[in-house]
Design a protein around this ligand. Structure first.
Ligand code: MG
Ligand code: MG
Length: 257
């Protein structure tokens, strides 16, 4: 039987560095809030983000990652994650996910949020509310002596309690630090026997918690560009993410401005 390997916690110096890279990511997602409107293109958002990241002496985590061509992942409507920013303007009623990563002094930050463009129909607003609530329900479990499975269970339970939406299973959260994606995987659903579900959380553990919630089926597929993940049924999807540290005082969001 496999037992979960220990995940090395970050020390105080490392956490301070991750707070700095996380802050840059948080600044971008906050600034994007004011930029999201009908007519703006994902490419314009990407150019803004790359300029801001480089202006702060950091580098985009995503650009060149397994060949990804841009600094942000931007996913519109039925796109779940990993959309490539392009020139098609956002239109009134869209929902758009901006996922941003930055590396500063060797340490990564990673966060995402889904924004409403103009006047959005009620189901989509509800989708955003439920997905962000699920993220925060998971974050609340990021405390010493909780188990990783408690985080997964809390995310899934929130979505089930609040809605008939579904949690994406094929993409998960992750450890983060000197690498953008480290062990453990952090699923947004609970399954007994998942490799790290029994991992006991320690002060200094830093994980990217990132539920993706679909209006319809949880099934997804990848488009011909080999990046963009869309819902199998064409209904909409939302995605919220923070890089979160376990501290003595409870969870700390590192990706805030
Ligand atoms: Mg991300
Ligand atoms: Mg991530």
């Amino acid at each position: 039987m496999r037992t979960a390997a220990r995940i090395r916690p970050k020390n105080k110096v490392e956490l301070a560095k991750m707070r700095e890279s996380g802050r840059i990511v948080g600044e971008i997602l906050a600034a994007v809030t004011a930029m999201i409107k009908p007519g703006v293109t994902p490419l314009e958002l990407d150019e803004f983000a790359e300029g801001h990241i480089r202006g702060r002496g950091a580098k985009p985590s995503f650009k060149g990652y397994h060949g990804f061509p841009k600094s942000l992942c931007i996913s519109v409507n039925e796109e779940v994650v990993h959309g490539i920013p392009g020139r098609r303007p956002l239109v009134d009623g869209d929902v758009v996910t901006v996922d941003c990563g930055a590396i500063l002094d060797g340490w990564h930050g990673d966060a995402a949020r889904t924004y409403a463009v103009g006047a959005v129909e009620p189901e989509s607003l509800e989708l955003l509310r439920v997905c962000e609530g699920a993220l925060m329900a998971g974050v609340a479990e990021m405390r010493p002596s909780r188990k990783l499975g408690d985080v997964s269970r809390a995310v899934e339970a929130f979505v089930k309690r609040e809605s008939s939406f579904s949690v994406v299973r094929q993409y998960v959260g992750h450890g983060i630090g000197r690498a953008l994606h480290e062990e453990p995987q952090v699923p947004n659903y609970y399954e007994p026997g998942f490799p790290f579900s029994e991992l006991v959380l320690e002060v200094g553990h830093v994980f990217a918690i990132e539920p993706m919630v679909n209006a319809g089926t949880h099934d997804v597929r990848v488009l011909d560009d080999l990046w963009t993940v869309v819902t199998a049924d064409g209904r909409r999807s939302a995605h919220f993410e923070h890089t979160v540290a376990v501290t003595e005082d409870g969870p700390q969001l590192l990706t805030l401005p």
